[in-house]
Design a protein around this ligand. Structure first.
Ligand code: PAF
Length: 295
């Protein structure tokens, strides 16, 4: 594996592969790698000729009171794991390389980021879209792999790629979970034993809502069940949101019917949840694929 730290190095290293029309797979990360990242990398290794993984803790996607400084940084372990997986290139730029000037141009994502994570973390998705746009320009991947766990991030990136006519395919891979149902996340490192048990409840709530929905309940009934379970099982006042959304637009759904015609295109709804558990903000989601007869 070659580690590249500058944009120029990256361009030079990837050019021969591009000229040979190799399929370049790209997995953007902020490091602190876990099985969720490894599953994306395995997909890239499977479907692409060359795999590039980036590690960059992107300052512009953290709010002033968020955990940028304490975000886990485990570069040596990460690099070792990537090398063991036969990743061809690791791109690990520093802040000055990615952001050569203060107050530079940024991407402003629209309504897909207006609610949920976008509302709780103002500016977060502009920061994500800006760094991903920059990384796409540097690496020029054929396919980029993202975890479905960050469902709104996937919706934002898909929208950006579509609206800006980017020739890159976005692949979203299923969330990897612990046996308890807890979705893997770099931030799980902040959780103590007790918080881990509380955190696993997020998935139980999602499953509960999905069961009602998939057994022909209404969105209202399903959410009512979910809120009741959350009230009983998740520490008081820790729930940020629980909702059913169109997973493409991230608009709240009061019924599954608006998805009508788009069902055949494989568009689904998602149940989304966010909570602050033991001081750590966690998000999770569960896709609900609407069966045609329900429309
Ligand atoms: O999902 C992440 O780890 C980050 O948001 C990303 C996509 C690497 C951008 O910094």
């Amino acid at each position: 594996m070659r580690t590249l730290t500058t944009v120029a190095e990256c361009r030079t290293a990837l050019l021969p592969h591009r000229l040979q029309e190799k399929i370049i797979g790209f997995v953007p990360t902020m490091g602190a790698l876990h099985e969720g990242h490894f599953s994306l990398i395995r997909q890239s290794k499977l479907h692409c000729d060359v795999t590039v993984v980036s590690i960059f803790v992107n300052p512009t996607q953290f709010g002033p009171s968020e955990d940028f400084d304490k975000y886990p940084r485990t570069f040596d372990d990460d690099a070792l794991a990537l090398s063991d997986m036969d990743v061809e290139f690791l791109f690990a730029p520093d802040r000055e390389e990615m952001y050569p000037r203060v107050g530079g141009i940024s991407v402003n994502v629209g309504d897909v980021a207006a609610r949920y994570e976008g509302a709780v973390r103002p500016g977060h998705f502009n920061g994500v879209a800006t760094v991903v746009a920059s990384l796409f320009n540097i690496i020029q991947p054929s396919i980029a792999f993202f975890g479905q766990k960050d469902a709104q991030q996937v919706a934002v990136i898909r929208r950006m790629v579509e609206d800006l006519h980017w020739p890159v395919e976005i692949q979203a891979m299923p969330t990897i979970r612990e046996e308890s149902g807890l979705a893997l996340s770099s931030r799980n490192r902040y959780l103590d034993e007790g918080s881990r048990i509380d955190a696993a409840m997020l998935y139980r709530v999602l499953e509960n809502v999905a069961n009602v929905l998939e057994n022909h309940g209404s969105v209202g009934q399903a959410l009512e069940h979910g809120f009741e379970l959350a009230r009983r099982e998740i520490p008081a006042h820790s729930l940020d949101y629980l909702d059913v959304v169109d997973s493409e637009t991230f608009q709240s759904l009061t019924s599954l019917e608006p998805l009508g015609e788009r069902i055949n295109e494989g568009i689904s709804a998602a149940i989304i949840i966010a909570a602050r558990i033991g001081g750590t903000r966690l998000i999770d989601n569960r896709p609900v694929t609407i069966k045609a007869e329900r429309s």
